[in-house]
Design a protein around this ligand. Structure first.
Ligand code: GCU
Length: 619
């Protein structure tokens, strides 16, 4: 792994901001993300935060006495968290007496007045802070905020983050007081044509501080990033890379994997970057059947990190996907990051266990985390349960392909995802897009993302949900010759024959032309069904229709010689503003195999039976 240089190259994620704000000229930037935050000394800042809903961006307004003095300290602006000095002072906001929202959590599902809200909400949390050691460093770490976040500490802007599903943080060493620190975050979930995703998605635009907020303390010099995995193409050699951060860049780093009887010392260079290959002859390889995790420790001076890491090899050979050298069929399902009972963004380990537990019950060894990076708990729970993962960034539908800032944003989100999860054995595929109309600028944009993923991590497959088109001479002849398929390891695509394209009785008639000799993974198929609605199998939205479509689709797919996996759309119903049909959809996409009340539909059992037979079949 080349050193993960956290430069302005990640401008989409952490702008190097030079802000002229109310006379305050600030240069701030989002710090690169600390690896494995939960293994560190942390203080949770989760809980109830006071909020001000601000659709008119009034919070930026700076009341000033005349004459205007740009250099004077602003007395306005919600970020100042200002209280009136006396009865004469005009201040038209007050966080302490404002409503509260739970953090983590989207605002849409917490307050019905905010259900459809798109705009700015100002969050404020006060905290005390006494580092355990005066030489230690302090960071504010955010699991994610959707979509744009401006972060202020004690009235001073720390920086801005763009991207609704990836972690970010700011160093606050030397900026905190022992008590009463004011942390103000402006979150704006407004959609934009040049954003990632763009203005049109088939999921709810949940806004807010949607994941954990944590105060992290580290020694002055610490291990900022590390990557410990099998060397590509090997099952008995480890490749270790790491990066130190702090004044002692060349501090020796001790690595230990006690259960494998392995120890090593790494010697970082003047940039704090070190790499090492290590013979590891006796590793038990991770797999869905045997998800073996090893305790890995890294010690650099006073910094001591522990992680649980599995080691496995993933590769493609011709039409086969090889897991630890053996051909594997991916028995998958798609998943949105949504709490299946209350709606709203899922964010907790308990929700990850609930959702992935249902996938295991379905007979899956594979899950596609659609269409954006899910919270960090999901990949760790998948490591433990033995589920392979497809992870994705929200390059979804009609992205602004020609906009350099949009590309920088997508690259930054992909970089943050790969850096966060590349020690997770469960993750086998980085997906850079979903259903993006073919064009020269689009394919160039996606190729850049493939190169980015491979430059950060050569140990996984790269793909996307690519385009299918129909032979104009024959509606039953489906063709997959997406030019982007030349750059990916898999030939993966969504197909909805029987739902958006004809009726299920079309499925047995379909034939495929595939332009690449690569493993085929069907990244979506499915049909809507309202749980509990029963009718004949030609009645739309009935459970019978959905079940029949599943049975006929699975039969059709088995005729594709290179078929090596599927992630049907989708495990559970999920909210979408695009699904208004009264008394059937009511703002929900009903393609789930499980309804919003957690009840399984008939199609769940059709797929479960198929996966049981697939798992039992001789390899
Ligand atoms: C598309 C898209 C999904 C969407 C699904 C549907 O394939 O990838 O995000 O929800 O179809 O129409 O239900």
């Amino acid at each position: 792994m080349p050193p993960t240089l956290f430069s302005g190259a990640q401008a989409g994620r952490g702008f190097r901001l030079v802000l002229i704000f109310s006379g305050l000229a600030l240069a701030a930037s989002a710090e690169p993300t600390l690896a494995n935050v939960n293994a560190r000394a942390t203080t949770s800042l989760n809980g109830k935060w006071h909020v001000i809903v601000d659709p008119y961006e009034n919070g930026y307004y700076d009341y000033r006495r005349e004459p205007y003095d740009a250099a004077a300290k602003p007395t306005g602006g919600y970020f100042l968290d200002h209280r009136p000095a006396d009865k004469t002072e005009l201040v038209e906001y007050d966080f302490d007496s404002s409503p509260t929202l739970n953090v983590p959590g989207d605002w849409n599902s917490q307050d019905e007045k905010l259900f459809y809200y798109e705009g700015t909400v100002w969050y404020r949390r006060r905290f005390d802070c006494a580092p355990s050691d005066p030489t230690h460093r302090l960071f504010l770490h955010f699991g994610a905020a959707n979509y744009l976040a401006d972060v202020y500490l004690n009235g001073r802007k720390l920086g801005r983050h763009i991207g609704g599903f990836t972690p970010f943080e700011f160093e606050i060493t030397g900026l905190v007081k022992p008590a009463g620190n004011s942390l103000v975050v402006r979150v704006d979930n407004t959609r934009h044509a040049d954003a990632v995703p763009t203005v049109n998605t088939d999921w709810w635009n949940y806004g807010g501080l949607t994941r954990d907020v944590t105060l992290v303390e580290t020694p002055a010099t610490f291990v900022r990033d590390y990557h410990v995995q099998l060397k590509q193409g090997s099952t008995d050699r480890l490749e270790i890379q790491l990066q130190l951060d702090g004044p002692q860049k060349q501090l020796a780093v001790a690595l230990a994997i006690p259960e494998a009887g392995l120890t090593a010392t790494l010697e970082p260079d003047t940039n704090g970057v070190a790499s090492l290959e290590l013979a590891a002859p006796a590793l038990a390889l991770w797999s869905p059947e045997q998800p073996r995790l090893y305790t890995v420790t890294l010690t650099a001076g006073a910094d001591h990190l522990t992680d649980r890491i599995g080691f496995r090899a993933i590769a493609v050979r011709g039409a086969d996907i090889l897991l630890n050298g053996r051909s594997v069929f991916l028995r998958g399902i798609c998943l949105h990051e949504e709490n299946p009972f209350r709606g709203g963004r899922a964010y907790s380990e308990a929700e990850a266990r609930q959702l992935l537990g249902w996938a295991k019950e379905l007979g899956c060894n594979f899950v596609r985390l659609a269409h954006y990076p899910h919270n960090e708990h999901v990949a760790r729970v998948a490591d433990e349960l033995g589920l392979l993962l497809w992870e994705e960034i929200p390059v979804y539908w009609t992205i602004a392909w020609d906009n350099p800032a949009t590309l920088a944003n997508a690259k930054a989100q992909l970089t943050d995802l790969v850096v966060r999860d590349r020690n997770r054995a469960s993750v086998i595929i980085w997906s850079v897009a979903n259903e993006t109309p073919v064009s020269e600028p689009r394919t160039r944009f996606l190729k850049t993302l493939v190169d980015t993923a491979r430059s950060l991590d050569d140990g996984r497959l790269v793909s996307a949900a690519m385009e299918v088109h129909t032979d104009p001479q024959d509606p039953n002849h489906k063709i997959v010759d997406d030019p982007f398929g030349a750059y990916t390891d898999l030939l993966s695509f969504n197909q909805y024959v029987g739902w958006y394209d004809g009726l299920p009785d079309k499925l047995p008639l379909v034939r495929w032309t595939l332009a690449y000799e690569k493993p085929v993974v069907i990244s979506e198929f499915g049909a809507d069904a309202l749980q509990g609605f029963h009718a004949d199998k030609l009645t739309r939205f009935s459970e019978e229709y959905q079940a029949d479509l599943y049975a006929k689709t699975l039969a059709m797919l088995q005729k594709i010689p290179q078929w090596r996996g599927a992630t049907p759309w989708i495990l559970t119903d999920f909210r979408s503003p695009r699904r208004p049909l009264p008394h059937v959809q009511d703002g929900w996409n009903r393609k789930g195999l499980i309804g919003e009340n957690g009840t399984k539909k008939q199609a769940f059992y059709v797929l479960q039976k198929f996966y049981e037979e697939k798992a039992a079949a001789k390899p």
